[in-house]
Every structure is written in C-alpha cells, then in structure tokens.
Design a protein around this ligand. Structure first.
Ligand SMILES: Nc1nc2c(ncn2[C@@H]2O[C@H](COP(=O)(O)OP(=O)(O)OP(=O)(O)O)[C@@H](O)[C@H]2O)c(=O)[nH]1
Ligand SMILES: [Mg+2]
Length: 455
C-alpha cells in the first residue's frame, strides 16, 4: 500500500475537528448537498435535524427525510444520510444533507452546522482526509481533480483510469522493485569483506535496466497528459485574405470571426475552444501577415508573432488560387494548408506538399482534422487504457530516471556499492514522494488546495 499519513496529521484528525461545507456548485439548483465529516459529524447533524427517530439510530448509508432547524426556526426540508467510519468517502463519520438548491437555504444549513460545532472545510479537505485516512492514494486524489475538470470524453476516460488506482499501482510496483534492489546493494555494503557478488551485481543491473525502461514509458505519456489536462493551442496564421478566419469559423461551426475579401480584415487574435475527436483544443485566428499599413495592423501582426511562440501546433494557411509569395518558406513543424481548392490552383503550387481544403465547400477538412489528430498523438490518447502522467509526476520521474541512469553508469564502471547506493536511494526517494511521502504541507499546497471547497 501507499505510504501512510505523517504522525502529526493523524493526531490532528484524531482530535476530531469536524468540518462542513456546501459540496454542490453555487447558484440555484434542484438540490444542494452539505457535507459534515469528522468524529462529531453525527452529533452536530443531530442538533439541527428533526425526524421521526434520532440520527444516531440511522443505519449507515441510508437516507431519511426530516427538517433542518436553526435557532428554533425551520430552515428547510431535507434528506439526510449518515455514512459511518470507516466506510465513507473520507474514512470518518460523514453526514450528507440534501436540501433544496436555493443559495440561501444551503447557506443557512451550513451556518447551522457551523453553529452546532463544525468548522468550515478548506478547499479539498474532504478528499485530503480520504487520502490521509488511506481511503485513496495520492494519484487517485489527483485524479479526482482531473475528473472534475475533464472537458472531453478522452480526458474523462484517462482520469477515471487513474482514479481506479492503475497509475498508483505502477508507481508502487516500481518502488517495490527498487526496495528489493537496494536490499541487494545494502547487503554488499554491510558485509564489505564479501562485497557484492558478480551474480548479485547482474541482478541489480537487470532490475535497474527494466525499472528505467518502465520509467521512460511513463515519461512518454507526459505530453499526452498535458494535452488532456490543459488542451492544445493551435494557431492559424499566414498571409492576409488566405481564409484563416473562414477556417476558424468552419471548425467552430458558427461565424465567430469577420470574413471579408478586404486584406487585413482580422486585426486582433481571436481564441475559441473546440473539441476535435475527443481532444480539447484552443484555436487561435490571427491577423494576416503582410507589410502593415498602419499602427493598428502593426500591433495585430506583432500579436500574431507572439501567439506563434506559444503555439503547440502552427497551421499556415495560404491561398492556392494566387501565386506563391516570392519570400515563401515554411517552418519545420508547421502544418501547411492550401485553401480555396474550389478555385483553380495556381501553377506555382503544383509541387508543394500541403493539405488542400476549401472553406467554402468543406472539401478536405476531414483530412485536415485527421492530420491535426495525428500530429498531437491522438491515437495514443485513444488507447484502451489512456493513462497519462501529470506535471508533478513528470518532475519526479525525470529525477528518478537520471538517478537510475547514474547508478547504472557507476555499475558499468565497476564502482563499489557505497559509491552508487546514494543514487539508488535517490531513485527510490522519488517514488516515495510520488506516492505522497515527504513534506505534508507541500502535498497540501500542490494537490488539495487546487480543489474546490466541499470536495
Ligand atoms: N472561393 C473561396 N473563397 C474563400 C474560401 N475561404 C475563404 N474565402 C474567401 O476569401 C476571403 C478572405 O477570407 P478570410 O477568412 O477573411 O481571410 P483571412 O485569412 O482571415 O484574411 P485576413 O483576416 O485579412 O488576414 C473572403 O472573401 C472569403 O469569403 C474558399 O475556400 N474558397
Ligand atoms: Mg481574418
């Protein structure tokens, strides 16, 4: 299992600070859910809830109808459910009150809970308690945020994979492998007169080679993970009047940008989110590139240049119906598009490899989408088990990979066990931290503070 909670936090939880928060989104809705978690949850809820029988007699995981009363005044009719420790989300006694979804009703119910002895929960504190009470591991806690933020089917599938614990299992497997490897090395250090036998060294080397390969495999999913979590910036650029804004409108399915036959129509950068085959993209239309005719256009073109620097994918759009510009060059990672394929193609383009499309008729757009999908590694993302690491995992895995690499080099150079044991320990430490060991405050800051209140 993953590493347990640090002792001081266990004692804080054991002290039984009971927390409460509204767990549903702010605003009007059919119902709002107020959660109370901690050793006094049932007692606190009992003070504000009136029903046929007492809350303490409710069997765990059953719902009951009653009334919430605050300062002797009924606030709302509500359903209440008691989830007793340890079989709850947080691992503590957890009470969920479902009241009507008015902003005032839910705020009053929370106020009643706080008045009865609960304290306001910090962002993510319910999930934090689930983690410190070992209901979930740290990678699962991270997946909870990913599920909440997922914008596409693919991102959701990847997040639920991680939520099921598959990524944590992989980290734990690697950690175990490193612990066993270190045991071999430590044995050699403890009995220096015997040293590490050549057989043992081969075992150590073999394990490290396989660990490094698995770390590299996981690191290879980092880019995928970034795209799934953050989306991808696709910038459409090129000369004026090529049809860049027409392409943006086509992909969006509505007329977002002004299109006209006048050169220099688009002056500012326009950004819109789209979903392309399950992947979230941010599509940017830019001011056409030419010698600017005035200051506004000059600023527009400067913005285009800045946008290009931050692009994940650059799509250069050209008008296939007109002659090739004399200064025509393409950048290395650009996707080249020849637009207006409904019109005769100018002979200058005959030998140019590009995707031919028509924003007017829609011809070639399928091919264009397929190419974007290919370039951003869409097939990989669409795999049956789309596990992809996040930025925190990447930092630790990169450090683990270089420490592991250094260990292997030292072994190859026939260094003594003492010399490479430190690097090996560092590799292991990276996995400890990946699984939540180490600085508790840092974990709070890095992970749980990103949650909303009530989760
Ligand atoms: N025949 C034809 N005309 C097109 C096509 N795509 C765009 N146009 C026309 O080309 C002209 C320029 O289109 P825009 O989309 O405004 O071009 P742009 O690249 O955004 O131009 P700027 O904003 O000036 O940089 C308009 O008159 C469009 O109707 C196409 O596929 N076929
Ligand atoms: Mg335009």
């Amino acid at each position: 299992m993953h590493r347990g909670p640090a002792a001081n936090l266990v004692s804080e939880l054991a002290n039984g600070q009971t927390i409460a928060a509204i767990s549903t989104a702010v605003g009007e809705g059919a119902i709002a859910i107020i959660r109370i978690s901690g050793s006094a949850a049932v007692e606190i809820a009992g003070k504000i809830f009136r029903a046929k029988s007492g809350l303490e007699d409710f069997p765990s995981h059953t719902q009951h109808l009653g009334q919430i009363v605050f300062n002797g005044t009924p606030i709302d009719q509500a359903m209440i459910a008691v989830h007793r420790a340890p079989g709850s989300y947080t691992g503590e006694d957890l009470v969920e009150i479902s009241c009507h979804g008015g902003m005032l009703a839910s705020a009053k119910v929370l106020e009643a809970c706080l008045h009865a002895g609960a304290r306001s929960a910090r962002p993510g504190e319910f999930t934090e308690r689930a983690y410190f009470n070992r209901k979930i591991d740290i990678t699962q806690a991270e997946a909870v945020i990913d599920v909440i933020r997922a914008q596409t089917d693919l991102a959701l599938r990847s997040a639920t994979e991680q939520l099921s614990g598959r990524l944590g299992d992989q980290f734990r497997g690697l950690r175990q492998q490193l612990i066993e490897t270190l045991a071999h090395v430590d044995a050699g250090i403890d009995f220096p007169e015997e040293g590490i036998s050549p057989d043992s060294i081969e075992v150590v080397r073999g394990r490290l080679v396989s660990a490094l390969a698995r770390i590299q495999d996981l690191l290879a999913t980092a880019e995928t993970g970034r795209i799934l979590r953050e989306g991808l910036r696709v910038v459409i650029f090129g000369p004026t009047n090529a049809g860049k804004s027409s392409l943006l409108n086509r992909l969006l399915g509505f007329d977002r940008a002004i299109v006209s036959e006048t050169h220099g129509t688009t002056r500012d950068t326009i950004e819109e989110p789209i979903h392309l085959r399950g992947i979230a993209l941010r599509l940017l239309d830019t001011a056409g590139l030419r010698a600017p005719e005035n200051q506004v256009e000059e600023e527009g073109i400067a913005r285009t240049q800045r946008t290009l620097h931050t692009a994940d994918l650059r799509v250069r759009v050209l008008d296939g119906n007109v002659a090739r510009p004399s200064n025509f060059v393409t950048g290395p990672d650009e996707l080249l598009i020849l637009n207006k394929s409904d019109l005769p193609e100018h002979e200058d383009w005959k030998s140019t490899a590009a995707i031919r499309i028509s924003c007017k008729t829609g011809a070639g757009l399928d091919k264009f989408e397929t190419e974007i999908f290919r370039r951003i590694g869409g097939e990989k993302l669409n795999a049956e088990h789309p596990l992809a690491i996040n930025a925190r995992h990447r930092v630790h895995l990169e450090r683990a990979a270089s420490a592991c690499d250094r260990t292997l080099q030292a072994i190859n150079e026939q260094a003594t066990a003492e010399m490479f044991a430190a690097d090996l320990r560092q590799t292991l430490q990276m996995f400890d931290e990946l699984l939540g060991g180490g600085d508790e405050e840092a974990i709070r800051d890095a992970i749980f503070s990103q949650f909303c209140i009530g989760k």
